[in-house]
Design a protein around this ligand. Structure first.
Ligand SMILES: [Zn+2]
Length: 766
């Protein structure tokens, strides 16, 4: 990198005066990553690289030294993670030099003879921020489900397990060599997302599960076949189900108190497993309008088990009618819930119709076996998401259908709709009216083909050849085919070698969980760069021309803020509950650990890639262990020695050891790798520094260019909150309708310098 100052600028191209030189160097707008037209101006201090082209100098990779000044009073922050881009598949010809071919996909070398460099690296790992690696055998259960974790130990000494080191180094190695994504979990079903509006559904009851996996459903639509005396009276959007009023008075609140009292509920007297119960009910003959929203519903005045219908007669008035139906009671599952639903069809006969009768009356619908299987998956995902909170006794509670192993069964009350997209229609069942829906596209379909996990032994990526590979194809058991390749590197455990002290106990802030349905963060348009922060960018998993952004990496934080990483408490939350995590003996910056890496049969270019991945570059950090989004676990590693083992000497006639120190070779091996990969991917006109994956790694693993920006998950206000209601930012950001949210996108890692703004749940920029 060379420093300079923009001397002339005409909107398209300009000239830079480089430090210590007196001639102008040309640059073009296309070579200014992360700078917008507003930033580019004469006098701007920049860094750049200089390339010779046709006998002339040209500045590329032009970046501002001082970040653009923020508008006054605007709070901005950096997201704790971003992505390292994939590179396109390179062209490899028989004439391509072997060092470059070894960075493509090819057959691994044999393990049974000496064919390359073998030896050992001695490494020192130093913590640059607080570091915590958990010991799974020393977890303390404290009150209210609150857990306390201790730092990993071996023989009573603080240590980092070899598997952790290996994982961290492999992820960097994969990114820098553009290898396959070995830890990518393929979706069996596409992801689900939450929509703001109800689909056009029909309330139904499951009346038969068929042998072929499909299901027979009974239509229960109270807007059809109105008896005399009943009318919708011109009311708007009458719901297809009745509303059981005051099911949860006065209201359900997220509190430890007892706001909800069954005594005042219109469901009192019904058994606890009331969902799906055959009931008799008194219903209003005309729908009533919702106080604030544009819809109406037939009001259910009173509801009792069908067998007690006679008790209702006494209370009937001319405006009311008695019907039989089914109660769909999902429970006090959201804040401020009042009502439950009655599925009914104005029937006055206490006995339900037989399946044959329903078929003859065209009141039966078939849901395909795919629709049933998808619904069962949907229920399993619900349980998976909520299993952790299942034991809590506070309100709101989990919906009654969120239980382990739950599957669609006869008697279930659900909503049925057909989901149409791109001329394909599929059956969907859901338990609630504003349900989670499912994309059509699985995530792996948006992953470039070249980045998929290696499948064939003779086409393994550099990382699989170096760190090992196991075939995913479990059918392939013939003894002829290779189904695995053993690693050529072996990590040792890292043992504490220099003690710089510990933080005895830290109560950690609540960590967010990944939100892959936040499409503006995980996806980007294939053909253009996402805008820098502020522009709408309609991408979802089913859109054309989208791609996964790349490999997720947590940013290095250069200053950790205890206000961000410790759990906040307030009057409602004492910080002691099942969300709390206490960590014991987190290592302070300066603690150092030593470990070894044994390797065998590596080529020079592979050893160079391994060394680059271990040492990184000046100012770059690995991200290791627990609480990375909060800034924990920034470390750097120094290779202190390299010993190469020469079997010809070892087993030769002179009885020498065969080990030789080669510390002075490290730079050469790394340079071999850097040259080979830049030649392979950039066709010899460019440099290692300009590769997109290298630029992204460097941005994310170094101190941020604007060191003043705080790093934390998106949220609604500058200060962290006790309950960490981060989802409000996401709700507000994607808000649609009359007052749409700002639709902020995550900029590319190397463009993400000015930070993202706060958004509240109403979609207001703060
Ligand atoms: Zn691979």
């Amino acid at each position: 990198m060379i420093r300079g100052r923009i001397n002339r600028w005409n909107g398209k191209y300009g000239f830079i005066i480089l430090e210590g030189q007196h001639i102008d160097t040309f640059f073009h707008k296309d070579d200014t990553p992360g700078l917008t037209e507003n930033d580019l101006r004469e006098g701007l201090e920049v860094t750049c690289e200089v390339r010779q082209q046709g006998g002339k100098s040209r500045a590329i990779n032009v970046r501002a030294i001082v970040p653009p000044v923020q508008p006054q009073g605007e709070y901005r922050f950096l997201n704790p993670y971003n992505f390292v881009r994939f590179l396109n598949e390179p062209t490899i010809l028989p004439t391509t030099p072997i060092t470059q071919q070894l960075l493509g996909r090819c057959m691994p070398p044999p393990h049974d003879r000496w064919v390359g460099l073998s030896g050992q690296l001695i490494c020192k790992l130093t913590a640059d921020s607080l570091l915590f690696v958990s010991d799974s055998e020393r977890v303390e259960e404290r009150q209210n489900g609150h857990k306390a974790y201790s730092f990993f130990q071996l023989d009573g000494k603080a240590a980092i397990p070899a598997t952790t080191l290996r994982g961290v180094i492999r992820s960097v190695f994969e990114a820098v060599t553009n290898s396959c994504l070995s830890s990518f979990q393929e979706d069996k079903y596409p992801l689900e997302y939450r929509e703001a509006h109800s689909p056009d559904f029909i309330p139904v009851r499951v009346i038969e599960l068929c042998n072929d996996g499909s299901a027979l459903l009974e239509r229960l639509d109270c807007t059809q076949g109105l008896p005399s005396g009943v009318s919708t009276n011109g009311k708007p959007n009458v719901m297809m189900t009745g509303a059981v009023k005051a099911a949860y008075p006065p209201r359900v609140l997220q509190t430890n108190g007892n706001w909800y009292n069954e005594r005042y509920s219109s469901l009192r007297g019904l058994p606890a497993d009331r969902d799906g119960l055959r009931v008799a009910a008194i219903v209003s003959k005309q729908p009533i309008e919702h106080a604030r929203r544009p819809f109406s519903a037939f009001e259910v005045i009173e509801v009792v088990p069908a067998s007690q219908a006679s008790t209702l007669q006494l209370q009937m008035s001319p405006n009311h009618i008695m019907v039989y139906g089914w109660l769909h009671a999902t429970g006090p599952n959201i804040e401020n819930k009042h009502d439950e639903r009655l599925f009914f069809r104005w029937e006055t006969n206490p006995n339900p119709k037989s399946n044959d009768e329903l078929k003859n009356l065209h009141l039966a619908i078939t849901c395909s076996k795919e629709g049933v299987a998808e619904y069962n998956q949907h229920l399993a995902e619900y349980w998976h998401r909520h299993a952790k909170g299942a034991s809590k006794v506070t309100l709101p509670q989990l919906s009654v259908f969120v239980t382990p192993g739950r599957k669609l069964k006869v008697g279930d009350l659900v909503y049925y709709f057909e989901d149409h997209k791109d001329g394909v229609s599929i059956d969907v069942l859901r338990a609630v009216t504003i349900p989670r829906r499912r994309y059509r596209t699985k995530r792996q379909e948006l992953l470039p083909e070249f980045s998929h996990k290696c499948r064939e032994y003779d086409k393994l990526c550099p990382a699989c050849r170096t760190f090992g590979w196991v075939s995913q194809n479990t059918n392939d058991v013939s003894s002829e085919s290779h189904t695995a390749y053993a690693s050529r590197v072996r990590f040792g455990n890292a043992i504490l070698s220099s003690d710089a002290g510990v933080e005895s106990e830290i109560s950690l802030a609540v960590l967010g969980s990944p939100k892959p349905t936040t499409t503006r963060f995980y996806l980007r348009p294939k053909s253009r760069r996402p805008a820098d922060g502020e522009e709408d960018c309609q991408v979802d998993y089913d859109a054309d021309d989208v791609t996964l952004r790349g490999r997720k990496f947590y940013r290095h934080h250069n200053a950790m803020n205890p206000g961000e990483y410790t759990r906040m408490t307030d009057q409602d939350h004492d910080g002691i509950d099942d969300k709390s995590r206490t960590i014991i003996d987190a290592r302070k910056p300066g603690n150092a650990f030593k470990f070894t890496v044994d390797f065998e049969n590596l080529s020079e270019v592979e050893l160079g890639a391994l060394l680059w991945s271990i040492q990184l570059e000046q100012g770059m950090h690995h991200r290791l262990g627990y609480a990375k989004p909060l800034g924990f676990g920034s470390v750097h590693i120094e290779v202190q020695d390299v010993a190469i083992f020469d079997p010809l000497v070892r087993y030769g006639k002179d009885l020498e050891s065969g080990w030789e120190k080669k510390i002075d070779q490290i730079t050469n091996w790394i340079t071999t790798f850097e040259n080979a990969i830049s030649m392979l991917y950039r066709h010899r006109d460019d440099r290692f520094n300009s590769l997109e994956n290298v630029a992204d790694l460097r941005t994310l693993l170094s101190a941020p260019i604007n060191s003043l920006l705080p790093i934390h998950y998106p949220r609604s206000q500058p200060e962290p909150q006790a309950e960490g209601k981060n989802f409000e930012w996401f709700v507000g950001n994607k808000r649609s309708g009359k007052y749409p949210g700002p639709r902020l996108v995550l900029p590319l890692a190397e463009d993400d310098r000015r930070g993202i703004r706060l958004v509240d749940r109403d979609g207001e920029l703060k």
